[in-house]
Design a protein around this ligand. Structure first.
Ligand SMILES: Nc1ncnc2c1ncn2[C@@H]1O[C@H](COP(=O)(O)OP(=O)(O)OP(=O)(O)O)[C@@H](O)[C@H]1O
Length: 332
């Protein structure tokens, strides 16, 4: 559906390029996430894909046709591609109904009625028809922005940080809703986020960006369990990225060679019973987080590890024995 080929963008001819040689493809109906730290070039990539930014190099194709940049046409953008910006861009003086109607105002009254009612249902906005954006919660405004973007049935929906500025319960609910709405409508979606949990929760595939370049593209499972390098491995919270020497303190790595080792917190198995076969460690911190508690452990040889465990079962200074169930070797 959409093909990004060797895309490059330098805002300032003398300065560093915002993105360099960015390439990936997105299938029809797929949810694709671009993740990376602030300033790594996610929004620039998205804006080039929407035809709102002129690429310095490379191109973006929609169904095999090049997206024309803003310097080459009078009105920037592409009719089949909609971008939902971080600011939602709703009309403040219009009701929810009128906001959703705006992109399809040229169609017949009957079609408008049918389409808006369908979107109100799809985006769970029933009952909010007459409210203006200022009287809606953040999550509701986000759903209205989503309905507006979907109203003219774009082939591709681009979303810039759709889940930021939302509290955790709303964010969790909205991620689930977005996935349902997108899969139900068959739209192709590319969204950007600096939060790996967004990508893991709803994306079919993920691209990790750093300093304007794509480091790895894969399914959430591949990115999580086969990270291409330590940066990607460490981009997920609580990952243990150990130097080779530190790793030797907790793992038998004979016959193996790498520059670093990644151990996920859920791979650190903890027991309290004395066991000569296991590595002795001390609990140095306990972090309560409800469903996902974490311990910080330190082995007798000084290697620190995050471990997932029921925090109520442990106290600081407890002696424990650990076994590493799984790990990944990292080359750089
Ligand atoms: N209009 C612009 N003019 C000049 N430089 C820009 C412009 N827009 C972005 N940049 C620069 O390009 C780089 C990439 O910015 P971009 O907004 O694409 O990153 P991002 O990953 O989306 O960041 P964030 O997550 O903070 O939104 C940054 O160094 C930024 O300062």
């Amino acid at each position: 559906m959409i093909k990004v080929q060797h895309l490059g963008k330098a805002y300032d001819e003398k300065g560093k390029a915002a993105i360099t040689d960015v390439s990936f493809e997105v299938e029809q109906g797929e949810i694709f996430a671009l993740i990376g730290e602030s300033g790594c070039g996610k929004s620039t990539t998205l804006r080039c894909m929407a035809g709102l930014e002129q690429p310095s190099e490379g191109e973006v194709q929609l169904r095999g046709e090049r997206i024309i940049g803003p310097w080459e046409q009078l009105i920037a953008g592409h009719p089949d591609i909609k971008l939902v910006a971080q600011s939602y861009d709703l009309f403040p003086n219009m009701s929810v109904w009128e906001n959703i109607k705006h992109p399809i105002r040229k169609y017949t009254k009957e079609y408008q009625q049918y389409r808006i009612s369908e979107l109100m249902r799809l985006c769970r906005l029933e009952g909010l028809e007459n409210k203006t954006p200022e009287h809606l919660s953040g999550g509701e405004q986000q759903r209205v922005a989503f309905a507006c973007a979907l109203s003219d049935e774009p082939a591709v929906l681009l979303m810039d940080e759709p889940f930021s500025n939302l509290d955790i319960p709303v964010k969790t609910m909205l991620r689930r809703e977005v996935k349902r709405m997108v899969k139900e409508s068959g739209t192709t979606v590319v969204f950007v986020s600096h939060d790996t949990s967004d990508a893991l929760a709803i994306a079919d595939r993920v691209a990790v960006m750093k300093d304007g370049e794509i480091l790895q593209v894969g399914t959430p499972k591949q990115i999580y369990s086969e990270p291409a390098n330590s940066y990607i491995a460490g981009f997920f919270p609580y990952a243990n990225i150990l130097s080779w020497n530190d790793a030797l303190n907790v793992l038998d790595l004979s016959d193996k060679k790498a520059s670093a080792v990644c151990i996920r917190p859920e791979s650190v198995r903890i027991s309290v019973a004395h066991d000569e076969q296991k590595t002795k460690a001390k609990v140095i911190d306990v972090e309560y987080a409800g469903a996902d508690d974490f311990l910080i452990l330190e082995t007798v040889k000084g290697t620190k590890l995050h471990a997932k465990a029921n925090a109520f079962e442990f106290d600081e200074q407890d002696d424990v024995y650990i076994h590493i169930d799984d790990y990944y070797l990292l080359d750089k």
